[in-house]
Design a binder for this molecule. Structure first.
Ligand SMILES: C[S@@+](CC[C@H](N)C(=O)[O-])C[C@H]1O[C@@H](n2cnc3c(N)ncnc32)[C@H](O)[C@@H]1O
Length: 269
């Protein structure tokens, strides 16, 4: 069962498949133009490291990337990916973003992708990241906002499913609209010179729609998530069955497409 303050997404194979579709070129495109050889980069909440290794490539030669994640199994996957790809300037650590194992001012750049969405105390995380950044150092964040994520054709039942997802994130101490809140959060943490934008991860090609359908089916309708949502009183099992039928109907519609919405921000310490 998921408990308040726990990480909503979990570390199942189906969620790893979603993360496996990510890389620096597609998911940190807003940050890459700011990276130069020789820079030291922190990737906090790095997960399986599919973005981290692209950041490591961007700071070669002479630069280094340190990925940090709470979960040892993710750090192991990231280490394996870095080794297999020959990224010997990428190092991965098990750790918590609110208590980082680095000295003050160690990094030129900090990056995160869909991490602040899940960390209960945003200001504690940002304060710790700011501590390990050099004065004037840069932070780049790309975070989900559920309110503008969608599948089309939409329906009331599917809209309700997005609502259950958002409320589940919040019940676990997360922030389902963090992508829209980045500017305020960064200002409150003492960052300045803030640029914000937004982008989507879009699913429209038949194989991408099939992937999104399979992901929602295997993750949102998994026993773990259904148990958590029903225990929190966010939906009943009957409502999950109705949502499942709506999802299957959506999948067969020739106009089916969908997207996750993300806010992006760059700021300076
Ligand atoms: C949605 S995954 C994103 C992984 C990766 N950034 C990506 O986008 O592919 C969020 C990751 O943040 C990690 N995480 C959550 N809370 C954390 C914390 N307090 N400190 C470090 N990592 C954390 C989780 O273990 C998980 O691997």
């Amino acid at each position: 069962m998921v408990m308040a303050g726990q990480y909503t997404m979990g570390y199942s194979e189906e969620f790893l498949q979603l993360l496996d579709r990510r890389n620096a070129e597609s998911h940190a495109a807003y940050l890459l133009p700011h990276l130069d050889p020789g820079l030291r980069v922190l990737d906090f909440g790095c997960g399986p490291g599919t973005i981290s290794v692209g950041l490591a490539r961007a700071v070669e030669p002479g630069g280094e990337v340190h990925g940090v994640d709470l979960e040892e199994s993710q750090v192991e996957v990231a280490r394996y990916a870095a080794q297999a790809g020959g990224h010997d300037n990428a190092t991965f650590h098990v750790g918590d973003v609110t208590n980082l194992p680095f000295t003050d001012g160690y990094f030129d750049v900090a990056h995160c992708h869909t991490v602040l969405t899940h960390v209960p105390n945003t200001q504690a995380a940002l304060a710790e990241v700011r501590r390990v950044l050099k004065p004037g150092g840069m932070i780049g964040c790309r975070e989900l906002f559920v309110a503008s994520s969608f599948v089309e054709p939409a329906s009331e039942v599917i809209d309700e499913a997005w609502g259950v997802f958002a409320r589940l994130l919040a019940a676990n101490g997360g922030h389902p609209q963090m992508g829209k809140e980045l500017k305020s959060m960064l200002l409150d943490a003492g960052f300045s010179d803030i640029e914000v934008g937004a982008s989507f991860d879009f699913f429209s090609a038949p194989e991408d729609v099939a992937f999104l359908h399979a992901f929602i089916l295997d993750w949102f309708f998994s026993p773990r998530v259904v148990e958590a949502a029903t225990t929190y009183g966010l939906a009943t099992r009957e409502q999950f069955e109705i949502m499942l039928r709506a999802l299957d109907e959506w999948r067969t519609d020739p106009g089916a497409c969908g997207a996750f919405a993300f806010g992006e921000a760059i700021a300076h310490s």
